[in-house]
Design a protein around this ligand. Structure first.
Ligand code: 13P
Length: 255
């Protein structure tokens, strides 16, 4: 069965103390009486990774992810952080290809394919993001674009490689806007992505991959979104910064 996942992408938010309190509040809420939780992933800014790893490492239901990594392993790349560094800190996941990285930092499919390879080579699980801007949806080209994004960054992988990927479908028009995709829109796109993977790798591989929805997920809409057949949880931005709201979203992802 596919793994249910609820991940919080904190983006460039929180002081070190606030970050510590946020993770601590969520971890201590879910004491051992909660048995059917999804995998919970905190994705804090780089400087807080080690601290959040130390808060979560006693509890296998929690993991830590980075928000980006370099395509290079080591060397003269000022300001970059590499997959081996993340691995050594105890980080397990890394978000790759977030629309903010594509939009503000010019990351394209060829680069993202290299980042995916760097992550996998270091036993990090890439959370690969795809999703269309509003103008593309209005033009009715969203399925083509998302299929291309998935192909460019992932289809060079062998079946054993793509099976290790988590995909997040995040329509750009729903990120930070309060405008969520309807559950029908989310389900439709998740099914498109899964079918596209099945076409290249076969049904069994496609059925094994968790596909998360991201874009204005909150405590009020999480349950309906996560109950869609091809939605395996969420990648949550703003609402993951509030412990009580994130706790409710995690509960919505419970089996
Ligand atoms: P919001 O939940 O704030 O819309 O952000 C979604 C997102 O970008 C998660 O990666």
């Amino acid at each position: 069965m596919r793994q249910k996942i609820v991940a919080g992408n904190w983006k460039m938010n929180k002081t070190p103390e606030e970050a510590h309190q946020l993770a601590s509040a969520v971890v201590s809420f879910f004491d051992q009486q909660y048995t059917s939780l999804p995998k919970i992933i905190f994705c804090p800014p780089f400087p807080y990774l080690a601290d959040i790893v130390s808060i979560t490492k006693h509890d296998t239901r929690f993991s830590v992810g980075a928000q980006n990594c370099s395509e290079h392993q080591w060397g003269a790349y000022t300001g970059e952080v590499s997959a081996p560094m993340l691995k050594a800190l105890g980080v397990k996941y890394v978000i790759i290809g977030h629309s903010e990285r594509r939009q503000y930092f010019g990351e394209d499919g060829a680069l993202l394919a290299q980042k995916v390879d760097a992550a996998l080579a270091n036993n990090l699980t890439p959370v690969f993001c795809c999703g269309e801007p509003l103008i593309v949806r209005e033009d009715n080209k969203h399925t083509d674009l998302v299929k291309t994004q998935v192909e460019e960054a992932l289809f060079h992988l062998p079946a054993e490689g793509i099976k290790k990927i988590v995909i997040a479908y995040e329509p750009v028009w729903a990120i930070g806007t309060g405008k969520t995709a309807t559950s029908q829109q989310a389900q439709e796109m998740h099914a498109v992505i899964r079918k596209h993977i099945a076409g290249r790798y076969g049904k069994e591989v496609a059925e094994s991959i968790s596909i998360l929805y991201g874009g204005s997920v909150n405590a009020g809409n999480a349950k309906e979104l996560f109950s869609c057949a091809d939605v395996d949880g969420g990648l949550v931005g703003g609402a993951s910064l509030k412990p009580n709201e994130f706790i409710e979203i995690i509960k919505a992802g419970s089996n």
